[in-house]
Ligand binder design. Sequence first.
Ligand code: SF4
Ligand code: SF4
Length: 70
Amino acid sequence: MAKGRVEINSEACKSCQYCVISCPKKVLAVGEAVNSFGYPYVVAANPEDCIGCAMCANICPDAAIEVWRG
Ligand code: SF4
Ligand code: SF4
């Protein structure tokens, strides 16, 4: 199984949760902290399960997610 790494730009996240819903491995979740705009931003709750598919990055309307493969 391919391995991936996901990084979320917390200040760019608007907490829409599209990425949470789109992730086939349930890696992402809304965290408890809020960014400076008042949005509780998404974090990688299960980072070890990321396969680098980039579904989350592709669906994010605010380009808040970067994905690395390998
Ligand atoms: S790259 Fe794929 S597996 Fe990794 S967090 Fe994004 S949607 Fe989930
Ligand atoms: S899709 Fe983007 S803006 Fe929406 S919750 Fe995920 S990281 Fe935040």
